[in-house]
Design a protein. Structure first.
Length: 219
């Protein structure tokens, strides 16, 4: 279905890796520095919690599972990049990110498209997380079925997130409107899910080999 260079049997993961890797400490420090910056003079603490929430939850999960199931360095770096995108969006709101305001003027866009970066990564990052879990846990040996399930998972995550945005908008008023971030675009939900799909497919086609090489270092 997509290009694959590794089978489930190619990787044997150590159950315990007691030492904390220097790279992982650096990544954690970078996360907290960006988080502190994101908190200072943000667009509003209500919207900050909503936008940064997935990054904070993700950090807790990664810390709790670090000794039991350590991920590849490539995946940790990718997750950090995704978290930074979330924290930047939490600081400015996705509709008011300055760089994309400038790009809006340069390219004549009708809206600030920073949220589309987030939705692309909403497919891109979970695809590689799911792929690593499937391969290392030997859950889905067939590469074709594995990639099919990965794409389905990414679309499901995107759909659930769109439902959450809708519920928050209904319950919280102006904070929800900022969280929803449609900017008047009637096809916002559909384009968000399409970008998540594109992100998942791009991740599987272009970055599987890079991930494979990083996973082999865990053996």
């Amino acid at each position: 279905m997509f290009l694959n260079s590794i089978s489930c049997n190619d990787i044997v993961t150590k159950k315990t890796r007691p030492t904390v890797q220097p790279l992982h400490i650096v990544l954690l420090v970078v996360f907290f520095l960006v988080m502190i910056w994101s908190l200072i003079d943000n667009a509003g603490y209500g919207i900050w919690v909503l936008e940064a929430g997935p990054a904070l939850i993700g950090l807790v999960v990664l810390v709790l599972t670090y000794k039991r199931f350590r991920l590849s360095d490539f995946l940790y770096v990718l997750i950090l990049i995704h978290m930074i995108v979330l924290l930047v969006g939490a600081h400015y709101t996705y509709a008011e990110m300055p760089l994309f305001d400038w790009l809006k003027e340069v390219f004549g866009w009708s809206r600030n498209n920073y949220d589309k970066v987030g939705h692309f990564l909403q497919g891109f990052t979970p695809a590689l997380v799911a792929r690593e879990l499937f391969i290392r846990r030997k859950t889905v040996p067939s590469s074709g079925w594995r990639n099919f399930f990965i794409v389905c998972i990414c679309l499901a995550i995107s759909a659930v997130y769109e439902l959450i945005e809708w519920w928050v908008a209904l319950l919280t008023g102006s904070v929800g409107d900022a969280f929803l971030g449609t900017q008047g675009y009637i096809w916002d939900t559909q384009s968000d899910m399409l970008l998540a799909l594109v992100g998942a497919v791009v991740a599987l086609i272009l970055f599987s080999r890079v991930q494979d090489a990083s996973m082999r270092k865990l053996a």
